[in-house]
Design a protein around this ligand. Structure first.
Ligand SMILES: [Zn+2]
Length: 348
């Protein structure tokens, strides 16, 4: 069955397109329709990949890879040429030695199929195995060098393999690995988040006096995580086999999760006020270290007509003067998107 790709003109004018000029061809001027069964296979006269429209270049590459390397008929007589004081010519067994080599009967030159296909997208560029062709039969060791030492060639071979085997390429392997790692990371974060939300709702402490591995009671947070692991073997597997720095149960993670919960709750409270007025209840006291702190609670009527009393935050203040408390209150309200002008009463 015919497969229709961008139509490749078979006339000599198109086939012998100027290679260098085509490298800079604008996409709008490039070949957009090709019948891949009519692709020019002679490497000496086939148009460069860059002459095709970018949208179909991969299809053309796949077509060339399916066709394979261009080899003359079995009975083809390779022409002799005088190089130095000896007659030389292309050797048939190079097709067996080098699995990338192409031969052009029209130009009596060797080319490289992977480099031809990917030169325009390889970050290493290409060489004369793509554009000029190789005819220096006397220095045939350069063929071996091209296959083993050319970074550009190796890059193009990898891209050829990846194009025909998308699920087995290194890039695909990285993507699959990243997806799995992301999935496992989310399981660990969600487990810690469930434990955090439970403890916050109960108003319980997180830490234990002995959180070591062999401790009989590691504290509410770690004990709750262990309980969730017992309930769900998938969580056990993901957490137990996690990298040492990615258990998502460290103290800093606990604090971050608690802060995230507080932020979400405060946002919900502010949303509940809905630009309406409210009153504030403020109290202050010193902590055990002697630092003065101010606690702010707000009263408001929500959209259902119910009176709500919600804790808004606790902030450190330098002193307990009215000016200092006002500045701290204004700052706290500002952080949460509220305004002093909406206050309709205060109890201090
Ligand atoms: Zn090559």
């Amino acid at each position: 069955m015919k497969k229709f790709f961008p139509v490749l003109s078979r006339d000599k004018a198109t086939s012998s397109v100027n290679l260098e000029a085509s490298e800079t061809q604008h996409p709008s001027e490039s070949i957009k329709v090709v019948d891949y069964e009519l692709l020019e296979t002679d490497p000496g006269i086939r148009p460069p990949i860059s002459s095709y429209h970018p949208d179909i270049q991969n299809e053309v590459r796949k077509a060339y890879l399916k066709i394979g390397r261009h080899k003359p008929p079995y009975n083809f007589v390779y022409p002799w040429s005088v190089q130095g004081n000896q007659r030389r010519r292309f050797c048939k067994n190079w097709f067996d030695l080098y699995d990338w080599i192409d031969y052009s009967e029209s130009k009596d030159l060797a080319f490289c199929l992977p480099c031809f296909l990917f030169k325009n997208v390889s970050k290493y560029g290409g060489d004369h195995f793509v554009t000029e062709g190789f005819g220096d039969w006397k220095n045939s060791h350069r063929l071996a060098n091209h296959g083993t030492s050319s970074i550009s060639h190796i890059d193009c071979v990898h891209m050829s393999y990846a194009l025909m085997n998308p699920n087995q390429s290194i890039k695909a392997a990285f993507v699959n690995q990243t997806k799995q790692m992301n999935s496992e990371y989310r399981v660990r974060v969600n487990t810690s988040l469930i434990a955090t939300k439970f403890l916050l709702r109960c108003g319980m402490p997180f830490r234990g006096s002995d959180e070591s591995f062999n401790s009989l009671f590691k504290g509410p947070f770690l004990e709750l995580v262990d309980t969730l692991k017992e309930i769900n073997p998938e969580i056990t597997k993901v957490i137990n086999y996690a990298p040492g720095n990615n258990f998502m149960t460290a103290l800093k993670i606990q604090k971050d999760l608690a802060a995230a919960c507080a932020c979400e709750i405060t946002k919900q409270i502010v949303c509940d006020i809905a630009d309406d007025v409210f009153c504030v209840l403020i109290d202050e006291s010193g902590d055990v270290a002697g630092k003065e702190q101010m606690v702010v609670v707000i009263h408001y009527v929500n959209s259902d007509g119910l009176v709500k009393e919600r804790f808004l935050g606790i902030v450190s203040v330098k002193e307990t003067s009215a000016k200092s408390l006002k500045e701290a209150l204004e700052k706290l309200l500002s952080i949460n998107g509220l305004s002093l002008s909406s206050i309709r009463g205060a109890r201090i």
